[in-house]
Design a protein around this ligand. Structure first.
Ligand code: NAD
Length: 494
């Protein structure tokens, strides 16, 4: 079980966690108290190179990439089971490091376990096709692993999002280098250890720590790296896209969002209010797919907002490890300052806080942590900064509309296009909205929702490519065409 203090942890290379002395270290803090919880070494370009070296060797020597995939099915299945069995240890560690309530961390760990189970089931079903061609020829395709794949993860769902791309990459037979976010590496390190205990050959999953600008870029630009899976902010995503393009390697970019949650007057309004509240206050709003823009039909707006306000006021804030806590702190002091900046800006630009707002009081005892009161802004207009930029905190921006066409225009008036929510009992409206929304994912009458077997990805500045689902395996494999001419030998010319 994770203690309040984890002590020194190290990078995970060649099947071992290496705690080293005499190197620069980063002290990780509990977001609920800002007290130290662990130290980790600050990685360098050399560490990035060593991690890629380890993966490249393991890819060649471990037999992991064998076409039948039987070993991958068995080992990934064991890891899935072990993670599900040890959920509490991992959930506690996630909460300690990231701050979210324990029940959310439990959900994240079980989701990661289910993702592993899903891809374990697919690992021996990766196959090509035969293609009819003229004459005495057999033409077929092979799907082969890429080799060394790099995975760069953010801090909001440290374990779940790391596993989301690592699991299909391993299932496809690749060797992986994972770089977690600098502030939240603990569950990724423990996961690598667990995977090794479950029989994953050394070198197939390396976890390298350090800054994005040094270690992240060293990974992306290493000529032995065959693909990059990035989840994080749009600015960094664009940089990684450029670096990957200059090497002509495939990349997936899972970036930010400004999700519209669209509530029609005929919806089950109680269910919608709970969904809207969940969609913005879960993980203290630190979600790419947060429903941060509430679009509500004019005739029910007042009633609906007063119910969402009631729910926000009832939320119990506190340290994620305390029983009954419904919203934890933000991840760091720095990030809280960014979110507070948006809240102040909202008021300056004319939005009206119904709940929260600049300097909103917190319960006594929370001052030392990075807590921030939930905020609901009314009177938001589409041009305001808070309506356009991703805030990544517990801040809901409410606007109203009259017709479905108007709702669609407002919803699509965004640089982002990740998840959009629609709340209505009218099937025709639901399907017309689903067709018209410029978003990689649309959810009707619940928000947010995804499963390991369904694609996750965004349009516009929300990203490039998809994670999850069986099609993700196409990204982690390459296709080869083989043509065989089996025409009988011609008699020799006389
Ligand atoms: P971030 O972009 O700051 O960092 C993400 C990762 O990239 C970290 O590991 C970081 O160290 C690394 N990094 C930073 N600069 C780098 C560089 N130059 N080269 C290589 N790697 C670099 O993002 P964050 O603050 O950790 O996460 C929040 C962002 O992630 C939000 O915008 C959120 O919407 C997005 N996000 C998207 C999804 C999705 O699935 N679409 C999921 C979660 C979070």
């Amino acid at each position: 079980m994770a203690s309040a203090k984890e002590g020194p942890r190290g990078m995970f290379l060649d099947g071992q966690e290496l705690t080293v002395t005499g190197r620069e270290h980063r002290t990780l803090l509990d977001p609920a108290t800002n007290r130290p919880i662990a130290t980790v070494p600050t990685g360098t370009k050399e560490d990035a190179r060593a991690a890629v070296e380890s993966a490249a060797k393991a890819f060649g020597a471990s037999g992991w990439a064998a076409p039948d995939g039987q070993k991958r099915v068995q080992v990934l299945g064991r890891i899935a089971q072990a993670l599900a069995e040890r959920w509490e240890e991992f959930a506690r560690l996630e909460t300690l490091n990231q701050g979210k309530p324990l029940r959310e961390s439990k959900g994240d760990v079980l989701y990661a376990a289910r993702t592993l189970e899903y891809y374990a089931g697919l690992a021996d079903k990766i196959q090509g096709e035969t293609i009819p061609v003229p004459g005495d020829r057999l033409d077929y395709t092979l799907r082969e692993p890429l080799g060394v794949t790099v995975h760069i993860a953010p801090w909001n769902y440290p374990l779940q999002l790391a596993v989301r791309s690592v699991a299909p990459a391993l299932a496809a037979g690749n060797a992986v280098v994972l770089k977690p976010a600098s502030w939240t590496p603990l569950t990724a390190l423990s996961f690598a250890r667990l995977a090794t205990e479950c029989g994953l050959p050394p070198g197939l999953l390396n976890v390298v720590l350090g800054s994005g600008s040094e270690v992240g870029e060293a990974l992306v630009t290493d000529r032995r790296v065959a693909s990059v899976s990035f989840t994080g902010s749009p600015g960094v995503g664009r940089r990684i896209g450029e670096l990957a393009a200059s090497r002509v390697v495939p990349v997936t970019l899972e970036l930010g969002g400004k999700g519209p949650n669209i509530v029609f007057s005929d919806a089950d309004l109680e269910r919608a209010a709970r969904g809207v509240s969940f969609g913005i206050f879960l993980n203290a709003g630190q979600m790419c797919w947060a429903g941060s823009r509430l679009l509500v039909q004019e005739e029910v707006k007042e009633r609906f907002l007063s119910r969402v306000k009631e729910l926000a006021l009832k939320l119990k804030l506190g340290p994620g490890l305390e029983p009954g806590v419904e919203m934890g702190p933000l991840v760091t002091r720095e990030h809280r300052a960014v979110v507070e900046g948006y809240v102040t800006r909202g008021v300056e630009e004319g939005a009206v806080p119904l709940v929260g707002g600049p300097g909103a009081a917190l319960s006594p005892g929370l001052e030392a942590g990075n807590f921030l009161a939930p905020t609901i802004f009314d009177a938001v207009t589409p041009g305001m900064t808070i309506a356009r930029e991703e805030i990544f905190g517990p801040v809901l921006c409410a606007m109203s509309f009259r017709t479905p066409e108007e709702a669609l225009a407002l919803a699509n008036d965004s640089d982002y296009g990740l998840l959009a929510g629609v709340w209505t009992r009218d099937l025709s409206v639901a399907h017309r909205m689903a067709r018209g929304l410029e978003a990689g994912m649309v959810s009707v009458n619940e928000y947010p929702v995804t499963f390991p077997q369904t694609p996750f990805g965004g349009f516009k500045q929300s990203g490039l490519g998809f994670e999850q689902g069986s099609r993700a395996l196409e990204f982690y494999t390459r296709q080869k065409n083989v043509n065989v001419n089996f025409a009988p030998a011609r008699p020799p010319r006389t």
